[in-house]
Design a protein around this ligand. Structure first.
Ligand SMILES: C/C=C/C(=O)SCCNC(=O)CCNC(=O)[C@H](O)C(C)(C)COP(=O)(O)OP(=O)(O)OC[C@H]1O[C@@H](n2cnc3c(N)ncnc32)[C@H](O)[C@@H]1OP(=O)(O)O
Length: 655
């Protein structure tokens, strides 16, 4: 079954997650059967959806008609047979107990249509074990939403041992139809990605306190202000519920072994029913105390090293066991846990050699299984990092782009298919993606300059000839996603990116330029999104990203008319930052070099806060304030202030 064939969805379980998922599906236009075991529970879930839609309406995120239409699409049901009898898709969201979930699926199998797909929303249980009770394990997988589903962007899509590739593709497409970002978990591995990284981190934080190495305040200060994570480790445990983390850990302990032995400190809290915010008290006191009051400068090097080393080890186990690649792990943890940077990238920045040595020392000292370094950590350390920092290993040979280092800490990427106006095909996308990784991992590069080779074009867009070769809808969807993701990588890159634009900047070329931070163009540069003239649409992010720069009205004009625009006009629209009538290359290079001399940490967090704020102002503001706190402790701040007082030029080192 393809995602387009899905019209009706049964959501089994109307609790917190269940009604949230039902709301997301209804908002995306699906007919939803919301089912729970009695009238009271199902009505309560339905009322919660109505309340939540009302809130979205109050905040002008929905019109009254849209909210009413979404609610109309939800049908509350108690009889399981009625809920699943004629649906295309079943999402089970019942309590997190294997026997309950299996019982539900045994019954669902009796009544659901043969072709329906089944998914389970579980945060840790085995997808394979659950699928076994059905007659369709190849059409069964995990679909793990995060709480609250209406606001959280991430959906982990988890393969069971027998799940068919086609099922995963369909579930991912459905998640995208829900407006979410799916991340594939290739193997049914306990904790999947996000919990697999977060829960051992929380456990290690507890061990640090249990072993009297540090206090709760010191650990949280290190997590929040030295590592730059959104919350302290204990603050996070209180937020998600200490019992929730503890149960996932117990499950990992049972299935994965001693490395996941829960720290007694966590067990004590669970026994005392001090479970965090939800009970008023956990590691912090939310009723009689001030709640999580984390000092900004109490962290130590030792705490940070231990936490980072344990986290890097989990990342290595996930990559080494082929559960997910580094980029997917980073994306999942950033979206699911609000990390400003992914754990693989954080570990690379710290240096895997260093973290491997930390684990070795701790393992020798304590003999504890949790410090045994994963084999893959050693391999990745040798090859320079999870992201191939040294550029060897799986290095991509560049044939369609040229990467060079013109000095002043600028990395230059030239699109180089001059015979075809620097048009973009799949190979070029792969190379661009690898080049961004390489430049990001290079400590000597602090800004990227992106230009088109030759004297005719920045880029005339997607190579329509090679696109015609992949005319099948599924191939085209993949091509669109690949372009969106590659350009998104440039947009999310921590360094400033300057595009120098001469000649044609059309279609996909313009979508690429849209992802730079600044655009400098020659007077003769010509811009446009001609896709509609070809019966297409801008499929590499153009329908979404252009409006963020020029506003919805202009973006619609540019895309719907498919007209060409001169550089001066695009400057008036706010798309081009500067129009030059002379040497573009040196003007764009000077701009990139000026940005490369800026404060890297402040630049990185500024970009992240602004980008997250596009989707969610509250999330952007949170990153802004956390980063502000973090920056106060940097050498760069001292350098900036000292230079200001001494009337000299600062020399920022990104420390
Ligand atoms: C998701 C993203 C979707 C998209 O991006 S869809 C593509 C959007 N882009 C376009 O529609 C632009 C198409 N190209 C043009 O309109 C014109 O070209 C130009 C205005 C850019 C230049 O016109 P002129 O100066 O007369 O040169 P020429 O002879 O048309 O082009 C030189 C060579 O470049 C090839 N070429 C240009 N654009 C593309 C393209 N987008 N895809 C594939 N090839 C392209 C031509 O075919 C030709 O090649 P040969 O010399 O072998 O005949």
């Amino acid at each position: 079954m393809n995602a387009e064939d899905i019209e009706t969805i049964a959501v089994l379980g109307a609790g917190n997650m269940g009604h949230g998922i039902a709301e997301v599906a209804a908002l995306a236009g699906y007919e939803v059967r919301l089912r729970d075991i009695n009238e009271e529970l199902v009505e309560s879930g339905y009322d919660d959806i109505e309340w939540s839609l009302g809130k979205l309406e109050e905040r002008d995120q929905l019109s009254e008609e849209e909210a009413d239409a979404a609610l109309d699409r939800v049908t509350p049901v108690v009889e399981l047979e009625e809920a699943v009898a004629d649906v295309d898709f079943v999402i089970e969201v019942v309590p997190e107990k294997m026997d309950i979930k299996q019982d539900v699926y045994r019954e669902v199998e009796e009544h659901a249509p043969d072709e329906a797909l089944f998914v389970t929303n579980t945060s840790s249980l085995s997808i394979t074990d659950l699928a076994e009770v059905t007659d369709r394990p190849e059409r069964f997988c995990g679909m793990h939403f995060f709480n609250p589903p209406v606001r959280m962007q991430l959906v982990e899509v988890i393969a069971g041992a027998e799940t068919a590739e086609e099922t995963l593709d369909t579930v991912e497409a459905l998640a995208e139809g829900f407006g979410k970002t799916p991340v594939r978990v290739r193997k049914d591995s306990p904790g999947f990605i996000v919990n697999r990284v977060l829960v051992p981190l929380m456990n290690e934080a507890a061990w640090l306190v249990e072993e009297d190495v540090a206090t709760i305040a010191e650990v949280d200060s290190a997590t929040k202000f030295d590592m730059g994570l959104p919350m302290g480790s204990f603050e996070l445990a209180d937020q998600v519920g200490i019992d929730v983390g503890y149960h996932v850990l117990e499950y990992m302990h049972e299935t994965l072994g001693e490395a996941y032995e829960p720290c007694p400190l966590l067990a004590e809290k669970v026994e005392a029913e001090e479970l965090g915010k939800k009970t008023g008290k956990g590691f912090y006191d939310y009723e009689n105390g001030k709640g999580a009051d984390v000092p900004t400068d109490a962290g130590t090097e030792e705490i940070e090293s231990r936490l980072l080393a344990v986290m890097a080890n989990e990342v290595a186990k996930l990559i080494g066991n082929d559960v997910a690649p580094a980029s997917d792990i980073d994306e999942a943890v950033m979206l699911g846990a609000g990390f400003p940077s992914g754990p693989a990238k954080l570990a690379d920045e710290r240096g895997l050699d260093d973290l491997h040595a930390t684990l070795d020392d701790l393992h020798d000292e304590t003999g504890a299984a949790r410090y045994a370094p994963a084999d893959y950590l050693g391999e990745a350390a040798q090859s320079g990092g999870f992201y191939d920092r040294n550029g060897d290993g799986d290095e991509v040979a560049f044939e369609n782009i040229e990467v060079s280092y013109p000095g002043e800490q600028v990395g230059r990427v030239a699109l180089d298919r001059t015979h075809r106006m620097n048009t973009i095909d799949l190979d070029l996308l792969d190379e661009l993606s690898a080049a961004i990784d390489r430049l990001e991992a290079d400590d000597d590069v602090r800004a990227i300059l992106l230009v088109g080779a030759g004297d005719q074009a920045f880029s005339a867009g997607a190579d329509v000839q090679s696109m015609a070769a992949s005319a099948a809808p599924l191939d085209a969807i993949e091509l669109s996603k690949k372009g969106q993701q590659t350009f998104g990588k440039l947009q999310e890159c921590d360094m400033p990116v300057v595009a120098g634009i001469d000649g044609y900047c059309l279609g996909g070329g313009m979508e690429l330029a849209t992802c730079a931070d600044l655009r400098i163009a020659t007077e003769r540069a010509e811009f446009g999104q001609p896709e509609l003239d070809l019966g297409l649409l801008p499929g590499w992010g153009g329908t979404q990203r252009l409006q963020q720069i020029v506003g919805m009205g202009r973006a619609k004009e540019i895309i719907l008319t498919a007209e060409r625009y001169e550089a001066e006009e695009m400057a008036e629209f706010g798309f081009v930052n500067e129009v030059v009538d002379g040497d573009l290359e040196s003007a764009a290079f000077d701009q990139a070099a000026a940005l490369a001399a800026g404060p890297p940490i402040a630049q990185k967090f500024t970009k992240r806060a602004m980008l997250r704020g596009w989707e969610d102002t509250d999330a952007g503001l949170e990153i802004e304030s956390q980063a502000f706190g973090h920056l106060v402790n940097t050498d760069d701040l001292m350098e900036g202030v000292t230079a200001f007082m001494g009337d000299s030029e600062p020399e920022f080192e990104g420390k």
